[in-house]
Design a protein around this ligand. Structure first.
Ligand SMILES: O=C(O)COP(=O)(O)O
Ligand SMILES: [Mg+2]
Length: 227
């Protein structure tokens, strides 16, 4: 397939865009809540707290568990330690690659475009998951939630990925599932597409300022190919 006229690179969000990771995240969150003697939460509720990284997830879960009272620093650190240990035990066991991802990544690769994952998930969880699922082989770079001092919705992770790939932001298209991807990509000067099947903090993706909503990563690849 010929190269895209307008783009040299595609940046891909991980949780909710490439992979459905909620089952594993929910198991780890509920194991943590149980060990701290709190009631467990439904997976659908936990999914609304995903998107701004694991510290934010912990603070929101623990505040909800305490009926709205923010966690003390001590409780937050205990909860996070337990959550990390539990997530390491199962990271990837129940996660699935969404339909259209592999054909889409193959299509982007066949156009000669560079690709990077830009995720708010920490490096210690991202790299084993990308390796285990085979997604790493498509990537020319990976920017995680702890790679830089700032994470999405700040533009820095998108700008860092552009520089890793040697692509100008204006010739780079980001694909994500949430407001964090949309704000980060826009502020960096990248184009941005949203998939509707992820976890936009419980909101419809139709509320997001994006260039288009695409049904799958393969549809995103076709959108890029047509420009
Ligand atoms: O870890 C999160 O909160 C979300 O991760 P993501 O950026 O891959 O969607
Ligand atoms: Mg996401």
């Amino acid at each position: 397939m010929p190269a895209s006229k307008s783009y040299d690179a595609v940046l891909l969000d991980l949780d909710g865009t490439l992979m459905d990771t909620i089952p594993d995240l929910a198991i780890a969150v509920n194991a943590m809540l149980t060990q701290l003697d709190f009631a467990t939460m439904p997976q659908a509720e936990i999914s609304t707290y995903i998107g701004k990284g694991s510290d934010n997830l912990m603070r929101r879960i623990l505040a909800t568990a305490q009926g709205g009272k923010p966690a003390s620093e001590e409780l937050f650190l205990r909860g996070r330690d337990i959550y990390y240990a539990e997530y390491h035990k199962i990271n990837g066991d129940n996660a699935i690659i969404f339909d259209g991802v592999i054909p889409g990544l193959e299509r982007i690769q066949s156009m000669g475009l560079k690709m990077a994952v830009v995720t708010n998930k920490n490096t210690e969880f991202t790299m084993p998951l990308l390796e285990r699922t085979g997604l790493l082989r498509f990537m020319d770079g990976v920017v995680c939630g702890d790679t830089l001092p700032e994470r999405k919705p700040h533009p820095a992770p998108m700008l860092h990925a552009c520089s890793l790939l040697g692509s100008q932001p204006v010739r780079t298209c980001a694909v994500g599932d949430s407001i964090n991807d949309a704000l980060s990509a826009r502020a960096a000067g990248c184009s941005v597409l949203a998939v509707p099947y992820g976890y936009n903090e419980g909101q419809s993706v139709h509320t997001l300022d994006v260039d288009a909503i695409v049904d799958s990563i393969d549809a995103a690849a076709l959108w890029v190919a047509a420009r």
